[in-house]
Design a protein around this ligand. Structure first.
Ligand code: ZN
Length: 433
């Protein structure tokens, strides 16, 4: 299997945050990483150990321990996020209409381009919470319904002749997906719960709650005369998740000098301020626990933070051939031109001249090109992980990402070469002595 096919499979296996985390965990375990439970004291950690832990089933933190203790050598961190804009199924979601047609009530998650979700086969993924004898510890099962289950039908052009002049969309009225037509009395009640129960093989009375989201079931694919483009949902930010994971698994030697860390956060699209988001102290306390485990002190932990370097990896905007006026005149990264360092004078990005120079040096070492992005000065632009993480973990670091088109569309476009470049740059970053 080619490396890029591995990435396409990874995208298809990761329709939402929870599934992305379980996919990363599976790859890590196949590479020998051991699962650690953050609610138990850490075992006696040794150089060369590889392990990971999760928080809320929707963020994941992986480590390859270096020869040098954290306090002596710091650590190398790559972080990215596993959530993407989508629609969350509300409680009591079924809404019945004429002819028995049932649509589901949803709530928007993050900032999707709403119109891109029309008229494409969708399905459900996320987690379902099942009853046990212990109310404090219900059971979590992941759900990934792989066949097309829903669609959000557009309004025919005959009802809105101005549709191509731009349409204002209501999240509550226009964006509700149709899930089926009731054919039996049994389906009158709890149609959705029956779907979930059948899929998981459980009694619907045992389903206590769920975190379920819509996703585009059309598989990721390549296109272009040279098959140079990647078309998929969730490239933001699963491409960086995959690149970081691949680099951590492939990095040599088995016992590096400096500890390698990969952190995949949830909830970047809604501001990161959750226990599993980049604004959480979870990663900093894990690093403190590792320092203490190595026989170090809190002082050693602070030294480790000062010596560390972070790559905050989140996608960037590639120059779009139809909208060149939206881009900065001298800093607009192109497709296939390599990873992008992001700058912002108001410091929405962590990059500064020093950290950018470090990352550019890493790319040079890896033999890959790198580009620079700054917003057109009349365009506000977005934000990302680096600076939010800085409130709990004030690391030296760079904000970067790969150039993509149509960020937050149900289907974004990236470039095969950029993905390969990024894996090489990340691997070189981890391997630097
Ligand atoms: Zn992102």
């Amino acid at each position: 299997m080619t490396a890029i096919q591995g990435f396409l499979d990874f995208l298809d296996e990761s329709p939402v945050n929870f599934l992305a985390v379980s996919t990363v965990a599976r790859h890590l375990e196949e590479a020998g990483f051991e699962r650690v439970d953050a609610s138990a004291p850490l075992y006696n950690i040794q150089p060369g150990d590889v392990f990971y832990c999760t928080k809320n089933d929707s963020s994941i933190y992986a480590f390859r321990m270096g020869r040098e203790p954290l306090g002596e050598a710091g650590f190398r961190l790559i972080c990215a996020h596993c959530d993407s804009p989508t629609f969350r199924i509300k409680p009591n979601a079924e809404m019945k209409g004429d002819g028995g047609v049932v649509k589901l009530n949803t709530e928007v998650y993050g900032g999707p381009i709403l119109s891109t979700w029309f008229d494409r086969p969708l399905s459900l993924a996320g987690r379902v919470i099942l009853r046990t004898d212990d109310p404090l510890h219900p059971l979590t099962r992941l759900l990934h319904i792989r066949q097309p289950l829903l669609q959000i039908p557009n309004l025919a052009i005959h009802f809105n002749r101005q549709v191509n002049d731009g349409v204002k969309l209501s999240k509550q009225k226009d964006m509700l997906p149709v899930v089926g037509i009731i054919t039996s009395e049994l389906e009158e009640e709890n149609l959705l719960l029956h779907v979930i129960g059948d899929e998981l093989g459980v009694d619907i009375d045992d389903i206590m709650d769920f975190d379920l989201y819509l996703y585009d079931v059309t598989p990721a694919c390549l296109f272009g005369v040279h098959q140079e483009f990647i078309s998929s949902g969730r490239l933001d930010d699963l491409s960086m998740v995959h690149a970081g994971m691949t680099a951590l698994i492939d990095a040599q030697p088995d016992i590096p000098e400096v500890t390698q860390v990969l952190a995949i956060f949830d909830n970047e699209e809604t501001g990161s301020l959750t226990k599993q988001g980049a604004g959480s102290p979870f990663l900093s306390s894990l690093l403190q626990r590792i320092c203490l485990n190595q026989g170090g002190t809190l002082e050693d932990y602070y030294c480790a933070v000062e010596k560390a370097f972070m790559i905050s990896a989140d996608n960037a905007h590639a120059w779009h051939p139809n909208y060149s006026e939206k881009y900065d005149p001298t800093n607009h990264p192109v497709m296939g031109g390599g990873p992008v360092i992001k700058f912002n004078a108001a410091q929405k990005y962590a990059s500064d001249a020093v950290s950018a120079a470090v990352f550019a040096g890493v790319c040079e070492k890896a033999g890959v090109p790198c580009q620079r992005f700054v917003n057109h000065s009349d365009v506000a632009g977005g934000s990302t992980l680096g600076n939010i993480l800085a409130s709990s973990l004030p690391l030296r670091g760079v904000d970067m990402g790969n150039p993509i088109w149509a960020m937050h569309s149900a289907r974004e476009t990236g470039h095969v070469k950029d993905h390969e470049y990024c894996i090489r740059a990340f691997t070189a970053f981890y391997e630097l002595a």
